[in-house]
Every structure is written in C-alpha cells, then in structure tokens.
Design a binder for this molecule. Structure first.
Ligand code: NAD
Length: 369
C-alpha cells in the first residue's frame, strides 16, 4: 500500500532551494505544500516555478497544523532559530548544514525533538548517494581488509574568488571546516562510525580579503574564522583520519578522500556529490580499477535525506541523516578548534550510531526499505 506523503514546507528559498524543490517535488513521499522566506518575493517565485500551491510567511507555516515537516534552507545563523520554532510548532525538521552554529543550539534542537516525539534530520545527505553507499558496502564486505586510516582534503583558494557575496563564509560558524567539513565528516562517519577524539591546528593566512567578482567586487572582508585547518580524527572503531580544509591555498589535491586498509586502498568520490568515481586498488592489483556503482541516486539528489525521514515518519523506522549524527559532526568541528587553541587532544562528549546502509538495487526515487 502506498504511504501517505508527508506534508512539507520549504523555508528559505535562496540559491540551494532550486535543487531541493526540483527533487522534493519529485519524491512521492514528500508533498511540498508551501514555500516560505523572509523575502516573500523569493517564496512566491520559487512556489510558482515548482508548482507549490502556496507561498506564505514563516509564521503561517508554524501556525498551519496541516504541515508536518519543515525543510529549513535558511542561512546557517538561522538554522537553529527556524528549526526550534518549527519543532515547537509540532513539526519535524530537516536542516541544511550545519545543524546549528553552537553546540548549545544543536543540543536544544535534539532535546526539543525528543521531548515532543518529533524528528530532526540534517544535511549533508550525499552519503546516501550511489558513490558513498558503494564505498560503504566495499568497506563492510572487507574489500580493503581492516580499515587503518583515511586522508581527506578540501583545498581551495576560497569563495572570495568566485562567490558574489562571500563575507559570511569567513565569519564565525563558517570558514572551510564549518562550511565544507560536514560533507567530509559525515562521509567518514558513515564509513567508520563515530569519532572518539580529535586534535588539530588552525590558522588564518589572510586576515583581510577582497571580494573578487560581482557587484561587490573590491569590498574588503575581515576574516574571523580559521581558514586553514589540519585535523586528526581517531574513530572509535580504530581508523585514524587526517582532514585538511583550506580557503588559503592555490589549488587542491585529488582525490578528495582516500581510505587505507590492511589489504587495499579505496578512492572515495567528492563527498559534496552523489556519484562516483569509486576506485579500488588491492594487494596484487596495484593499478586498481574504477568500480561500477550498484546503487541508485548518483545524480544531484539533495533532499534524499528529507525523503528518507519522511519514509521513516510513516513507517516508524530510524532515519539515516539523523540529528544525533549531525550534532556529532558539529561537536567534532568545535573540538578541532578547541584542540588547536589548547594544544591537546579533545575527547568527544557526543557519539552517534552509524546510519543504516541502503540496500543495493533500489530503484531511483524509492527508499522504503
Ligand atoms: N549555496 C550552496 O552551494 C549550498 C550548497 C549546499 C548547502 N548550502 C547551505 O544551504 C543553506 C542556504 O544556502 P543558500 O546558498 O541557498 O543561501 P541564500 O542566502 O541564497 O538563501 C537563504 C534564504 O534564506 C532566507 N532566510 C534567511 N533567514 C531566514 C529566516 N529566519 N526565515 C526565513 N527565511 C530566511 C533568505 O531570505 C534567503 O532567501 C546554507 O545553510 C548553506 O550552508 C548551500
């Protein structure tokens, strides 16, 4: 029997809302009933573009008892404010990343949801894509033997080179670790489970930067967040990963992530994408080869995490991109900064379950397993 779609509002109709609305209105399990934004013109134009019946204010979303779930695509500083208001109005929440900026706000979201029997889910959901699910299956079936460690790199010149309005990306709560780290950390947690302790070093290479493109070109930016962060992550299951995130370097290093095992090395795709390539090298086959992806959702499938939560709401099972994992990611990022500031390892107070893998062979736009 078909499950009843979950009546959903999208709050925050900016840049990233296009792919969410395109995909969310395709998933049969989501019924997108409203778009909302502080800027009503944006809400109205996105509602019209994606055939969403209503463009309403955030307060009207909160006051509508018919709406069961909010997909919160506002700016990071508003993630916890909008998320908490939605929970207090009785709605489950899917936040864009990071879950919140402070640990305290992250914890408030989890506690409010728990007290009300509601759900919190959070981006990134790229770990549900074909590429990262293939990596997970290979590790779980022992293709590289026992996992020993990983290297992950997110190295760029910084968004001041291309983003038309990048100042917020250099402020507290952003920088390369908070902005991009969630993709890498969530991917590694999906592969290895939770982190036990971290250490790290951070620096700000360019305290003053200048917007390079668009109408604000020439405007100075004072950098507040660390922009080059080297971190070491000890996973509770044993592997040790090195994660380097930077807005300060000339060009990146490929691949984005490699996982090293006792019998092989796995080339993991960019965790900001849903597809491949996945590359496997093993003892006796040093050249290695690209692995076919036996999972669906290799295209840009943003909103798959929200669809997974909608299935979970209807069937009563746990959802995969869950709030506990997103809180653990937030805790890890704060702990790396603390480790750098205090010159030590920091033990993580939080933990999380490794989310359940997806079964291979599911068709596109279908997740009720
Ligand atoms: N831009 C990207 O490539 C990208 C990719 C992945 C994830 N994200 C994440 O998605 C989120 C949104 O990013 P974006 O690029 O779409 O930003 P954006 O600035 O283009 O859009 C944000 C929208 O949220 C609205 N908004 C802000 N505060 C609000 C509030 N309190 N109530 C209602 N609406 C509010 C703004 O008016 C704006 O329309 C961020 O958390 C970002 O980290 C962005």
């Amino acid at each position: 029997m078909a499950l009843e779609p979950v009546r959903t509002a999208v709050v925050g109709c900016g840049y990233i809302s296009d792919i969410y609305l395109k995909n969310a209105t395709t998933w049969g399990i989501l019924d997108v009933v409203a778009c909302a934004d502080l800027d009503m013109a944006r809400a109205a134009s996105q509602a019209a573009k994606y055939n969403v019946p209503r463009a309403i204010s955030v307060d009207e979303v909160l006051d509508d008892p018919n709406i069961e779930m909010v997909i919160n695509l506002t700016i990071p500083a508003a993630h916890s404010i909008v998320g908490l208001a939605a929970l207090r109005a009785g709605k489950s929440v899917y936040n864009e990343k990071p879950l919140a900026i402070s640990r305290e706000d992250g914890r408030l979201l989890l506690e409010e949801a728990r007290a009300r029997g509601l759900r919190v889910s959070c981006a990134p959901d790229t770990f549900l894509g074909a590429g990262l699910q293939t990596c997970r299956a290979l590790i779980d079936e022992g293709a590289i033997g026992q996992p020993v460690g990983a290297m992950a790199w997110m190295l760029t010149r910084g968004p001041d080179h291309w983003h038309p309005d990048p100042a917020f990306l250099f402020k507290v709560g952003a920088g390369p670790l908070f902005d991009m780290g969630p993709y890498y950390l969530t991917a590694l947690i999906s592969l290895f489970g939770p982190v036990r302790r971290v250490t790290g070093s951070t620096r700000i290479t360019y305290p003053e930067r200048t917007i390079r493109s668009g109408p604000k070109a020439g405007t100075p930016i004072t950098v507040e967040a660390p922009t080059h962060i080297a971190s070491v992550l000890d996973f509770a299951s044993g592997p040790i990963a090195t994660l380097l995130t930077s807005f300060d370097v000339w060009d990146g290093y490929r691949p984005h992530v490699e996982v090293f095992g006792s019998r092989g090395t796995l080339g993991v795709p960019d965790p900001n994408t849903f597809g491949g390539p996945v590359r496997l090298q093993r003892d006796g086959d040093e050249e290695g080869s690209e692995i076919a992806l036996p999972f669906a959702h290799a295209e840009n499938s943003r909103a798959i995490g929200a669809a997974d939560m909608a299935y979970a709401i209807r069937t009563g099972r746990p959802h995969r991109a869950n709030g506990e994992m997103a809180y653990h990611v937030l805790d890890v990022m704060h702990a790396v900064f603390e480790a750098s500031d205090t010159g030590r390892h920091v033990e993580l107070a939080s933990t999380c379950e490794r989310p359940a893998p997806l079964p291979a062979g599911l068709p596109e736009w279908h997740l009720d397993a």
